[in-house]
Ligand binder design. Structure first.
Ligand SMILES: [Fe+2]
Length: 331
């Protein structure tokens, strides 16, 4: 059994597949280096109960080396080529990001193979203390962010992610950037959101107390850090000087597929990526079918109807929540 869902056979028509690109080879393009420090959720102020509800106590790491010099060169060229095929933001206000490619794996086999690489998943799983695999929703499995054309705008405002684990990897040379820092709030997301007066995963471009704001240093291109992104309140600051700032954001799911899943499919339904409702449907159906398979094995002839109902409800709840949200209030 594969650890994650394969990409769909189809591709959104507006996503252009790159014609010529190198073949990803882990031995050549990866250069996974040691991580200096990990900050746990407990250290950020999350309670024992809140941590227990998460797949692990891992919060956020410092930046570590991910790509070799050759890996950076290949990835940089691919990201530059994909720039003209960025996602179209319709300007509904739902798109927090300024300029981005989501579902980069549809366009680039190299990126897809990088995100799928077992070496990367093993490395990150060890760090997180939980089994991770490339995210089953292609839109978020491999995203690329570019600085907005208007540098008065933040690259990305204060928010939490709709997925549990992701890495933020610098593709441009960070030494050439003025501004554009990646920051997280040293506290819980609830506290950060309360300070800004926001809820959920919406973004807000404003300041949090500087003594509670941590800037993650990136030594060079090809370095990235991992975060439990749905628990870390974070942002990418605006650039002070116009410059190329490209980051890649690969996301991961917790496996096996029966594990609790923090993917916020309901929130992602509000995004306007082509194919995303179908991708989310596949994801939720995959997780629900794994829970149902488990239920087939665990049902006991001694269970009473009340206990059986509860088991069915637990197995189906995330799927039905997603289904009802997609169908709308009149369904
Ligand atoms: Fe984020």
């Amino acid at each position: 059994m594969t650890a994650t869902l394969p990409f769909p056979d189809q591709r959104p028509p507006s996503y252009i597949k790159l014609g010529k690109e190198p073949v990803f080879e882990a031995s050549k393009h990866l250069a996974l280096g040691p991580v200096e420090k990990i900050t746990t959720l407990g250290e950020l102020g999350y309670s024992e109960v809140e941590v227990k509800a998460c797949p692990s106590d891992f919060g956020v790491s410092t930046a570590f080396r991910i790509l070799s010099r050759e890996g950076v060169a290949a990835m940089h060229e691919i990201c530059m080529t994909m720039y003209d095929n960025r996602n179209v933001s319709i300007g509904t206000g739902l798109n927090r990001l300024g300029s981005y490619v989501r579902g980069a794996g549809y366009r680039s086999q190299f990126i897809k193979d990088f995100c799928d690489s077992p070496e990367l998943a093993d490395y990150l799983s060890n760090m997180a203390g939980v089994h991770l695999a490339r995210h089953s929703v292609p839109a978020v499995a491999c995203g690329v962010n570019y600085a907005p054309k208007d540098i008065r705008k933040a690259v990305d405002t204060w928010h939490v992610d709709s997925v549990a684990f992701d890495i933020v990897m610098m593709i441009s040379d960070p030494q050439l950037l003025e501004g554009g820092e990646f920051q997280y709030f040293h506290g819980t997301k609830m506290e950060g959101q309360r300070l800004l007066g926001i809820e959920g995963e919406e973004g807000l471009d404003t300041e949090l107390p500087p003594d509670r704001t941590i800037t993650v240093p990136f030594p060079a291109a090809g370095y990235g850090f991992m975060q439990q992104g749905n628990m870390i309140f974070h942002r990418a600051c605006r650039l002070k000087q116009k410059a190329e700032r490209i980051t890649m954001i690969p996301s991961f799911v917790v496996t096996p597929s029966t594990a609790d899943d923090a993917t916020n499919s309901v929130n992602m339904l509000g995004w306007d990526d082509p194919g995303l409702p179908a991708e989310l449907t596949r994801h939720e159906a995959w997780r629900a079918s794994a829970r149902l398979e488990e239920l087939v094995k665990s049902v006991s002839l001694h269970d009473d109807p009340e206990a059986l109902t509860k088991q069915l409800d637990d197995a189906l709840a995330p799927l039905l929540k997603f289904r009802n949200s997609m169908a709308g209030p009149r369904s």
